[in-house]
Design a protein around this ligand. Structure first.
Ligand code: FAD
Length: 494
């Protein structure tokens, strides 16, 4: 029998995926109550801690999220690391559905000698977190003064963000929400030359035109022309799809700043795979260069975006190698999601290979081993679902895609969840076997969190932190001055 109670949904993670899913759930289901759990005391995930400070327009999505949070059917529960602070199983009896949108908390490694060095070698994830004020990387202290050459491995937009921050005039960044300590370190940077290195060729790189254009337009920064033999010929460029053609034409045109007048320069270096990192024999803490092996594209397929590379060999049969001067090294070859501790107690078999929660593409968590509720697909094959469990965003698709694609993906998951709720036979939660009246959401979980001594933050707490950050920012002539430590955030709310 129907019991008159709201549908209770827990969302794990308050980044774009979590918020867009919440927006959809609340607007399409008038009786849904959404409790959003977030590891940090503050919301917005990579919109706050990933998106570059000189891209304020991208952060406008936070206004939409703030509007979502004004709903009386929305609760923000910050400063709670689900799976670590509180077992996931503690949520289970109190919700009709749990939607995982916790993003990607690690980054992919290269697996080369020297990569684990404590100095001069950084992941783009850590560097980005550092300049954006992410508490986890507050104390990174990147070494930007040992030399003039930065090497970035990877040619995606995150790599270009790192390059742009290294090459920008720091005074232009000071009015943004860049962390103060980062602006200070960058103002002392000696980096003059930034190489953005990729394994494949220009047609296979994943950067996009806006980010390339921004770099080409940086004042006093020149761009090293791409060698002719690496660049696709004109007739190939003319035959490319429009967006790719424009990108190639832009790269061919290069920078407006002549190398002679520029104070800094950057390059895109193609067909190179990092082999090892090398330190000075005289100064063991001083990174000197990175050794790369040269690659070549499959000649039969060299102009296709999916073309593969193989190592290039010299006539002697040896692999062709090259050294690039490097005083600081960043790897930017992608983020990576991890399972949350205790996920297996909910039956979730995290796909560590792909770094995603197994799902049916519409957001329902599936069980590759066939555990759960089996259903026949139109093609006759069987698929097993874990009822009541959903995922969205980077932990669903893998760590690629901009906020717009994350939004579309979160809407799909929310629509699937709502469809499943509507077809549910009675008021019993698919997650719980017990009495539906125990499905009380945060009101019930709160007691358990308090008994564990957890100090959670509410939306009102975030609003106070937000106001304090804006006020501090105003005094310094910037949009916001973020608190770089969790303790500082908690201090604001007393
Ligand atoms: P996230 O944004 O990572 O959100 C996940 C949230 O879950 C985080 O708040 C995290 O703290 C929380 N969480 C993690 N573990 C737990 C746990 N155990 N318990 C509770 N909460 C948890 N897109 C653009 O459109 N334009 C850009 O300019 C742009 N720049 C980018 C720059 C960088 C460096 C990066 C990495 C991405 C950028 N993106 C950009 C992409 C965009 O940020 C992503 O598409 C989007 O943030 C993915 O959303 P998400 O919600 O899946 O993950």
């Amino acid at each position: 029998a129907q019991v008159d109670r709201p549908a209770r949904i827990a969302i794990v993670g308050s980044g774009p995926a979590g918020f867009y899913a919440a927006a959809r759930l609340l607007s399409k289901h008038q009786d849904a109550v959404v409790d959003m759990y977030e590891k940090l005391p503050v919301p917005f995930g990579l919109a706050r801690y990933g998106v570059a400070p000189d891209h304020p327009e991208v952060k406008n999505c936070e206004d939409k999220f703030t509007e979502v949070a004004t709903s009386s059917r929305f609760n923000f529960v910050g400063n709670i690391d689900l799976g670590n602070d509180l077992p996931l199983a503690a949520l289970k009896p109190h919700y009709d559905a749990i939607l995982f949108a916790y993003g990607a908390s690690k980054d992919k490694e290269l697996g080369i000698p020297g990569e684990k060095a404590l100095r001069s070698v950084y992941s783009a994830r850590a560097f980005v977190g550092w300049y954006n004020g992410l508490p986890e990387h507050r104390d990174l202290q990147p070494d930007l003064t040992s030399g003039e050459d930065a090497v970035i491995i990877g040619q995606g937009n995150v790599a270009l963000d790192v390059a742009r921050i290294l090459l920008s005039d720091v005074d232009a960044l000071r009015s943004t929400d860049i962390a103060d300590y980062a602006a200070e370190t960058l103002s002392k940077s000696r980096i003059k030359r930034v190489r953005v290195v990729g394994r494949r060729g220009p047609l296979q790189a994943s950067f996009t035109i806006k980010e390339i254009r921004e770099l080409l337009q940086l004042p006093s920064v020149s761009f090293d022309p791409i060698p002719q033999d690496i660049f696709p010929p004109g007739d190939v460029i003319n035959g490319l799809p429009r967006a790719q053609k424009r990108l190639m034409q832009l790269l061919a045109k290069g920078s407006a700043n002549a190398a002679q007048t520029a104070t800094k320069s950057w390059s895109l270096d193609f067909l190179l795979s990092p082999d090892s990192l090398h330190w000075s024999p005289m100064h063991p803490y001083r990174l000197t260069h990175t050794k790369f092996s040269r690659n070549e594209l499959d000649p039969a397929d060299r102009y296709s975006p999916s073309s593969k590379v193989t190592p290039k060999h010299l006539s002697s049969g040896k692999r062709a190698m090259v050294n690039l001067s490097s005083s600081v090294f960043f790897r930017s070859v992608g983020y990576k999601s991890l399972p949350l501790p205790g996920m297996e107690d909910l039956g979730i078999e995290f796909d560590s290979q792909r770094g995603i929660i197994p799902n049916d593409g519409f957001g329902r968590v599936t069980s590759p081993s066939g555990w759960g509720e089996s259903q026949k697909l139109p093609d006759g094959s069987l698929i097993a679902y874990l009822p009541g469990l959903y995922c969205a965003g980077w932990v669903k698709r893998g760590p690629t895609g901009v906020i717009a694609s994350t939004m579309a993906d979160a809407f799909t998951t929310a629509d699937t969840l709502l469809k499943d709720l509507a077809t549910k036979k009675d008021s019993q939660s698919p997650l719980q076997a017990a009495d539906p009246s125990s499905c009380l959401g945060w009101d019930a979980v709160k007691t358990e969190a308090a008994s564990l001594g957890l100090r959670t933050t509410s939306w009102q707490d975030w609003q106070r932190i937000d106001a304090a950050e804006r006020e501090r920012g105003q005094q310094k002539g910037k949009v916001r001055d973020k608190f770089g430590r969790v303790e500082e955030m908690l201090e604001v709310i007393g």
